[in-house]
Design a protein around this ligand. Structure first.
Ligand code: NDP
Length: 329
């Protein structure tokens, strides 16, 4: 049996960076056949159709079929894994409320189509921004699908944080562990090094030897660098990060399906853990066990960390309230 994977916004940049790696087996493993469904809006269809031709020319052993559609019911029919990448970008003069409303008009119907048509084991990774609240809208619209089948991508933020620590500590990135992202995938996110280790040793100790006052460095250099890395990439590259976002999407989804041996980060529906209001999609330190995200509980948080998390969660509450006021939730 092949796994059916639906990618929305498949004709866009991240879609293009995702498709070939999925077809090559990077997401679900090199023994798993895949069927790809590329879901687009009518204006994006040509991009998706072009990508489908190139997928054909890749002659991937694992790729059983590729279908391109602008119909959500067809796109999500029998889908086991959905990657919701397509989203409405913020246009000139657009307020945050307008952005949330536009995306509610995309993620609400997609949630309903997933409920109606997807396979019973469906897992949905939301990438399109504002990812946390888009995931909340999709989950709330998907009657009968457990909310824990929806999660939002914060793995790119975690990867960026680990890479920054590796650089300053002059250590291999693989040796940097336990750097969770808390809260929203936005400038308020909190990349947390409290429990992080480098080659098994506390990162806080290693940082103290390198950067002087650690709190000053975290607040003034590390957190802004991680949170604003997207803008830095745009400035240098001339367009937004694409391959790293696709890579993080693949790692997030692979870990969700295959499990993790240690912590990672994902935006998941809160059940009130760490005082995050129930029902919000917030990023937490998580493990993946038996195909389910589990929040790592019982971590000590000092007042500073608590304040940072509370500020990001307050932004999520505000986004939820805006969407509620639109009558979406
Ligand atoms: P991208 O493929 O570059 O980005 C897609 C989404 O991913 C955006 O919301 C973007 O957010 C988000 N994203 C998340 N993390 C990152 C990151 N680190 N760097 C950059 N983006 C990130 O956009 P394109 O415009 O190339 O493609 C979007 C496609 O989606 C288009 O083909 C469009 O037609 C389609 N679309 C499909 C819909 C549907 O299927 N119903 C609905 C709307 C659009 P941000 O905007 O903040 O950068």
């Amino acid at each position: 049996m092949a796994t059916t994977i639906t990618i929305t916004g498949a004709g866009g940049q991240i879609g293009y960076a995702l498709l070939f790696r999925i077809a090559a087996g990077d997401m679900l493993g090199h023994g798993e056949k895949v069927r790809l469904r590329l879901l687009e809006i009518p204006q994006g269809l040509k991009g998706a159709e072009g990508a489908a031709l190139e997928l054909q020319d890749g002659a991937f052993d694992l790729l059983e079929s590729v279908e391109v559609t602008d119909d959500a019911a067809t796109g999500f029919d029998g889908c086991n894994v959905a990657l919701l990448v397509g989203a409405r970008p913020r246009g000139p003069g657009m307020e945050r409320g307008d952005l949330l409303a536009a995306n509610a008009g995309i993620f609400g119907p997609q949630g309903r189509a997933i409920a109606d048509r997807a396979a019973s084991d469906v897992r949905v990774t939301v990438v399109g921004n504002p990812a946390n609240t888009n995931a909340l809208i999709a989950a709330a619209s998907a009657d009968g699908v457990p909310a824990d089948r929806f999660s939002a991508l914060t793995r790119l933020d975690e990867n960026r944080a680990r890479a920054q620590l590796a650089a300053v500590l002059d250590a291999p990135v693989a040796s940097i562990r336990r750097v969770p992202i808390w809260g929203n995938h936005s400038a308020t996110q909190f990349p947390d090094v409290t429990h992080a280790t480098v080659e098994g040793r506390p990162v806080l100790d290693a940082l103290a030897e390198r950067v002087g006052d650690v709190r000053t460095w975290l607040e003034g250099t590390f957190i802004p660098r991680v949170a604003k890395r997207g803008a830095e990439i745009i400035e240098v590259r001339g367009s937004s990060s694409v391959a790293s976002a696709a890579n993080a999407t693949i790692e997030h989804t692979r870990d969700w399906v295959a499990g993790t041996s240690d912590w990672t980060s994902a935006g998941v529906v809160s059940r009130g853990e760490y005082g995050v209001p129930e029902g919000l999609v917030s990023s937490f330190p998580v493990r993946s066990v038996d195909g389910q995200w589990q929040i790592v509980e019982g971590l000590e948080l000092d007042e500073w960390a608590r304040g940072r998390i509370d500020a990001s969660v307050a932004e999520l509450v505000d986004e939820r309230d805006t969407v509620r006021a639109l009558g979406v939730l």
